[in-house]
Design a binder for this molecule. Structure first.
Ligand code: SF4
Length: 192
């Protein structure tokens, strides 16, 4: 475990100091993943939001509050999971990540996946799902509405594409469905 912690510290330092794509110029903090290194569940969002960029922590802004509510309703604790982003720096004006930014930054995500080796990988939103689907050879063309909330098995791993909790800021009617999705994660966690 000491070796794992050291490797994680090294990786986090590299991310915090990274200037490998244009996004370093507009960020305040690059955000490495955070949480339990022995977690069975990794949650992958798209990129830090405005508040997360300012404070240098995962999911501390408005969508983080929505996520905490979903966790609470599904009896999931932040302490038992590992959370990270596909792209580690904030995207200016909330724009979509560009292909070269994903390609460059996802190398860090790949290393986090190797290090934590979670059995369950839940993605939040389209871009993380597309990356993970390609990585694990599930589908080349992602029909996101069709796959959202379903569980895909790849060897011993379970891949679960989910909507982003930020959607609840504008569409509160989605909450019931999202709570069900997080209860599915709870059941998967209890079964591995
Ligand atoms: S987005 Fe990723 S690759 Fe680009 S500067 Fe930030 S940490 Fe580095």
């Amino acid at each position: 475990m000491d070796e794992k912690i050291n490797e994680f510290r090294k990786l986090s330092w590299e991310i915090r100091n990274c200037k490998k794509c244009r996004l370093w110029k507009t960020r305040t903090h690059a955000l490495p993943g955070e949480g339990s290194l022995s977690s069975k569940l990794m949650i992958i969002a798209q990129a830090p939001g405005y508040t997360e960029d300012r404070e240098g922590r995962m999911f501390v802004g408005p969508s983080g509050k929505k996520l905490d509510r979903l966790f609470e309703k599904a009896s999931i604790s932040r302490d038992e999971i590992f959370m990270t982003n596909l792209v580690k720096c904030v995207l200016p004006h909330n724009r979509k990540p560009r292909p070269d930014e994903i390609e460059t930054c996802a190398r860090y995500l790949d290393r986090e996946l190797d290090l934590v080796n979670p059995t369950i990988v839940a993605t939040l939103g389209y871009f993380p799902a597309r990356y993970i689907f390609k990585k694990f050879g599930i589908e080349d063309k992602l029909d996101f509405p069709k796959v959202c909330g379903k569980v895909f098995s790849v060897g011993f791993k379970k891949i679960v594409p989910l909507g982003h909790p930020a959607a609840l800021l504008y569409h509160s009617s989605l909450e019931e469905k999202m709570v069900e999705n997080y209860k599915t994660l709870r059941k998967l966690l209890d079964s591995v």
